[in-house]
Design a protein around this ligand. Sequence first.
Ligand code: OGA
Ligand code: MN
Length: 297
Amino acid sequence: MPAPATAHDKADQIAVHPFENGFGCELAGLDLSQPLTQARFETWHDAFERYSVVVIRGQHFSVAQHVAFSEWFGKLEQYEDPKDQAEGFNTIIRVSNIDKYTNAIKSLDDIGHKSFTLGTSDWHTDSSFRRIPSKASLLFAREVTPEGGDTAFASTSMAWEALPEDMQQRIEHLTVVHDFEETRRRFGLPPRPPEIRAKLPPVTHPLVTNLPDGRRALLIGMHAVRVEDMEPDASRAILDELKAFATQQQFVYRHKWRVGDLVMWDNRCTMHRAMPYALERDRRLLHRTTVAGEAAA
Ligand code: OGA
Ligand code: MN
């Protein structure tokens, strides 16, 4: 006789479908308009730890619910500017070309918009310019474009694993300066006011990081501006080479958005980028929560 259904059995109805190369998975059978249970959270969390990118499709939930299930994964980063926040929640950032107040498509003369758009258009890791980079991001699609606007993800832990041993040895003790201001400068954007810059001074991170489960990953991407104690040309060459290596097809998953998709990724072992779309023609609105990182052990 079958045992009576329990909360744990319900979690078992969630199916985890890994993508082809073992990077990324889709979770089916989870309804995020319902409160999460411990068992469901554990299934989701295990999939996150194992596959680094978790796709959950066909969701309908409120901004408050987005915050609530994100908080199961840890403390959320906050966004200070009200025009970036959704419905007054300072833990949700609007990732969008739509003006919150007028509901019209933003002009590219809007420097904040331009900076965010350019800043996400090339490979990066969220908040790598902070002292403690973020742990995870949960991005939810509310309006999507008819073409373009995919998000591509690259596994920097699979890339590290695949690097030739002599390269691993050459780089494993290097440290890298990350600086958002430098990213802006590279795109020809004006410097931000000194009081803002003072809050986010350049930071240094190891080039090769350690995850709690023993995996290692490359921490590179757009905000990585130079390897410490290295000539600028050599430094640029090594960062470019690693980026090219890590973004080869076998380490990449490209997500084509549908309304109702939630995609969560592990910032400790991935990079991502927004693919181009008709910025001044097609509406795109996503909401993101970001789980803060923990200090390295
Ligand atoms: C982000 C980001 C990519 C995209 O929200 O952190 O990089 O496709 N977004 O909008
Ligand atoms: Mn990002």
